[in-house]
Ligand binder design. Structure first.
Ligand SMILES: [Zn+2]
Length: 289
């Protein structure tokens, strides 16, 4: 059975301390049995780090399909077959509010953080972040309706880190930011924003099933240790962004999965190819002038 003291020691071993700002992706089960469960892991994080960010999306409650007929290029989004289906989905969905529980698929640690610690949460109906600690608001305030990954921009600007606790880079949202800075994996999605009212939201990230390929490129920048059975890894956010950028510039399909049936990865690839084409023709016309 693992205790808070042992988790605290592990977090310090990877170099975290009171001035650390850290985006945490974590799997509770990766530790093995923890005395006190998710709350104990949260307590250890809060005791060691200055400011903690966790993903806090509420997609499963607030999301609705694309309305019938609303088709955007390379958007890989399911449309409701009829307005009846759309209206029924809208009626079932919840409007975003800061007290909405965090998607279960993001694990138990973000929800334990939300329900037990004073926090700030970004006000985005689909892709929100929750922050705990002395500089919490500085990060959540960086989110905009048209730029949900703003808190990660702020994290990189401040020299923060990504902490992976028993999970791989396929959970690392920083890689989505690197993609979106190169106009890749920027999708339109739909959410309920009030009773009977829906909203189209741009720059929603896509699939992360190919992100694991970044791991070997980050080895020299990664500090890691084991906390029980949990592999804890800390990587500077800027290094993740620079590395993902370099890989995508070299190969527009880098860090996407190879599954031909994966509509979001294939659409993301086409988005990037379209940008390259636009840049090439702009360059051609400027050399002609
Ligand atoms: Zn994919």
């Amino acid at each position: 059975m693992f205790s808070e003291v042992e988790i605290v020691a592990g977090l310090r071993t990877v170099g975290l301390g009171t001035t650390s700002v850290v985006m945490v992706h974590a799997s509770l089960s990766s530790f093995g049995p923890v005395d006190g469960g998710a709350l104990t892991v949260c307590r250890a994080l809060v005791a060691v780090c200055g400011t903690i960010l966790v993903p806090a999306g509420s997609w499963d409650r607030t999301g609705v399909p694309a309305p019938p007929g609303l088709v955007r290029q390379d958007n890989a989004c399911r449309n409701a077959a009829s307005w009846e289906e759309f209206d029924a989905a809208l009626a079932r969905a919840a409007a975003y509010c800061e007290d909405l529980p965090i998607d279960a698929e993001l694990g138990r640690i973000p929800e334990a953080m939300r329900s037990h610690f004073p926090h700030s949460r970004s006000r985005h109906p689909l892709v929100s972040f929750l922050a705990v600690g002395s500089r919490a608001e500085e990060f959540t305030d960086a989110s905009r309706l048209d730029w949900p990954l703003g808190p990660l921009d702020a994290l990189a600007a401040t020299g923060g880190d990504v902490l992976l606790l028993g999970v791989g880079h396929d959970t690392n949202t920083l890689i989505h930011l690197a993609e979106q800075r190169l106009d890749r994996s920027s999708f339109y999605r739909y959410a309920k924003c009030a009773e009977g009212v829906w909203m189209e939201l741009p720059n929603i990230p896509g699939q992360c099933d190919g992100f694991g390929a970044i791991e070997r490129h980050l080895q020299s920048a990664t500090v890691e240790c084991f906390i029980g059975k949990c592999r804890a890894r800390r990587v500077p956010a800027r290094t993740v962004l620079e590395t993902a950028r370099r890989l995508i510039l070299a190969d527009p399909a880098a860090l996407l999965c190879a599954d031909p049936e994966c509509s979001r990865c294939r659409a993301a690839h086409r988005q990037r190819l379209a940008v390259i084409e636009t840049e090439a023709s702009a360059q051609q016309s400027s050399t002609r002038e």
